[in-house]
Design a protein around this ligand. Sequence first.
Ligand code: NAD
Ligand code: LMR
Length: 309
Amino acid sequence: MAKEPVRVLVTGAAGQIGYALVPMIARGVMLGTDQPVILHMLDIPPAAEALNGVKMELVDAAFPLLKGVVATTDAVEACTGVNIAVMVGGFPRKEGMERKDVMSKNVSIYKAQASALEQHAAPNCKVLVVANPANTNALILKEFAPSIPAKNITCLTRLDHNRALGQISEKLNVQVSDVKNVIIWGNHSSSQYPDVNHATVNTAAGEKPVRELVKDDAWLNGEFITTVQQRGAAIIKARKLSSALSAASSACDHIRDWVLGTPEGTWVSMGVYSDGSYNVPAGPSHTHVSLKCFLPFNSVLPRPLALSE
Ligand SMILES: NC(=O)c1ccc[n+]([C@@H]2O[C@H](COP(=O)([O-])OP(=O)(O)OC[C@H]3O[C@@H](n4cnc5c(N)ncnc54)[C@H](O)[C@@H]3O)[C@@H](O)[C@H]2O)c1
Ligand SMILES: O=C(O)C[C@H](O)C(=O)O
């Protein structure tokens, strides 16, 4: 029997991440190639015409899994009945800025959209915040949507996780799919700590620790960390636009692994509200609310999570 469609909200859908992300969702990259989807796309009135253009292209692409498109500038209409919400809407930083510099503009958006989600999304809607500062926006959304369980509100550190995998794969000249179990600790900002101390590489001789294979602690403790921390800025410098295809792809990875589980023995990084795990104090830090409240989430799931969980 065909599966019921899942409703997926993408805010900021007329922007550059949105343009990369919606076709991935419609092709099954996020929820599987047997999972029909209905896309809900939200943007602001000045972007309404562009948003309608994206809708036209989705229709023209004739994606077999795409069972409907809602394109709107009304947050209530956009949030109604959604099972997954990917919050991309907001302003990106420009060259020379830190991610926290867009805080004043973006945080107010998340207050307003929290209420729309809380009141109109499907029960147990899973929320992924992508817009920067991602951790702070997720915390604001949690505070202003108190009836959504805190464990359902997450932010994107998977892009940093994937960047770390990519750097190790290039250094060792191995397939990125053979590298696993890096961890991103802390905020999606230049203060994050990419941790390779449990990471391994699948080799002809079995799984080997990354540190043993790299044999260069100076690089692992120095250039590797700063490259991952500064990768977003390097992309803005090169493209004059912030990362989009890698952000969209990582957002799909984040939701896919959350809903469908990770392969046995593999974990991934997600920004989550701290429940005190990993010896880190529960809840937001009193001194650096945005810097310390979210942690990587060990998603070695014993079984796939149903969307209703
Ligand atoms: N967490 C991560 O790893 C990561 C990675 C890349 C980018 N980002 C962030 O994602 C965000 C989007 O980046 P982008 O490159 O797509 O930017 P963009 O400017 O191309 O697109 C953003 C879209 O959001 C829309 N928008 C603005 N206010 C809105 C609101 N109130 N409701 C709905 N939509 C609204 C804009 O009209 C625009 O279409 C930025 O904040 C960027 O910094 C995060
Ligand atoms: O760095 C940025 O501002 C965009 C995004 O957060 C990224 O990491 O690429």
